[in-house]
Write a protein that binds this ligand. Structure first.
Ligand SMILES: N[C@@H](CCC(=O)N[C@@H](CS)C(=O)NCC(=O)O)C(=O)O
Length: 285
């Protein structure tokens, strides 16, 4: 590591001010203030459940759960999934901000209640749907506690993976050794946390596949199997054998394969699906 005397020194001003266009991917959409930038109502489809999302890991966890519920034959879990293109700033439309004051995908609106129930934060959406349909979140208090522990672990850990490691390794305009070292250390520690747990258990809480697996798979499965941030080699993901085994088992579930396509607007044409309104949308693709 560079010692601090040779590193380029940034002297913070007394009061931070917003330097627009400071560079880096996402510089265009990042702002230091909340709230809408423009008026735009959200579209509404036929189903009770309206999802506004994008196929990033935080979006995929929710579409995987919805597809798993449908796979069980729960017709009430049918949903409309509308695309929110965050690169175009659609998360700052007034309708989306009403569904999620934090302006980040995913957001869910359940119109089976009066008034409709809005849910934001992917972890909260998973719990809401798992409770609504009484699936994938155990009832037994000890198993439920373990499931929520691994779910909240993911919610707390992923920002270090995405906002820390991913940002500085893949997106920042310059490679800063201090930042990459700090977040690589943390991400490798996280992978080891998962690996040690999965050395003794089939799924994160034991024999049962739950929303904790769906949430963690969306991030760590993408990291160890699908070269998230083009970092497979750098992180030596192959060495986390138990995470690999667990992620591979989840990766081939039909509901997971479908869930990963919903609201996807990149990759091979046949994998893209900007919107999803019924099972027929998956076609033969
Ligand atoms: N803690 C939130 C994080 C959601 C999140 O960071 N979403 C990203 C995409 S993965 C987003 O919408 N970013 C848009 C922005 O920051 O303006 C959750 O899990 O729902």
């Amino acid at each position: 590591m560079n010692d601090s005397s040779t590193a380029t020194e940034y002297v913070p001003p007394k009061v931070w001010t917003w330097q627009q266009g400071s560079g880096g991917r996402f510089a265009k959409i990042n702002r230091p203030i909340a709230g809408p930038t423009h008026d735009k109502e959200l579209p509404v489809g036929d189903h009770d459940l309206q999802l506004y999302s994008l196929a990033t890991p935080n979006g995929v966890k929710v579409t995987v759960l919805l597809e798993e519920l449908l796979e069980l034959g729960i017709a009430e879990a049918e949903y409309d999934a509308w695309l929110i293109n965050i690169g175009d700033g659609e998360q700052f439309g007034s309708g989306f901000v009403a569904a999620n004051p934090n302006s980040k995908i995913p957001a869910l609106v359940d119109r089976s209640t009066t008034p409709p129930t809005r849910v934001f934060e992917s972890g909260a959406i998973l719990v809401y749907l798992a409770e609504k349909f009484e699936r994938y979140l155990p009832h037994v208090p000890s198993a439920r506690a373990e499931c929520l522990s691994w779910l909240f672990w993911q919610m707390g850990s992923a920002p270090y993976l995405g906002g820390g490691f991913g940002h500085f390794y893949a997106y920042a305009p310059t490679k800063i050794e201090y930042c990459i070292d700090r977040y690589t250390m943390e991400v490798k520690r996280q992978l080891d946390v998962l690996d040690r747990n999965l050395a003794e258990r089939e799924y994160l809480i034991g024999d049962e596949y739950t929303i904790a697996d769906m949430a963690n798979y969306a991030w760590y499965g993408a990291l160890v199997l699908h070269d998230l941030y083009s970092a497979s080699e750098f992180l030596d993901v192959a060495s986390y054998r138990h995470v690999q085994r667990w992620a591979r088992a989840i990766d081939v579930r039909p509901a997971v394969v479908r869930g990963k396509r919903v609201n996807k607007v990149w990759g091979p044409e046949e994998e893209r699906m900007p919107e999803r309104h019924s099972a027929a949308d998956f076609g033969a693709g």
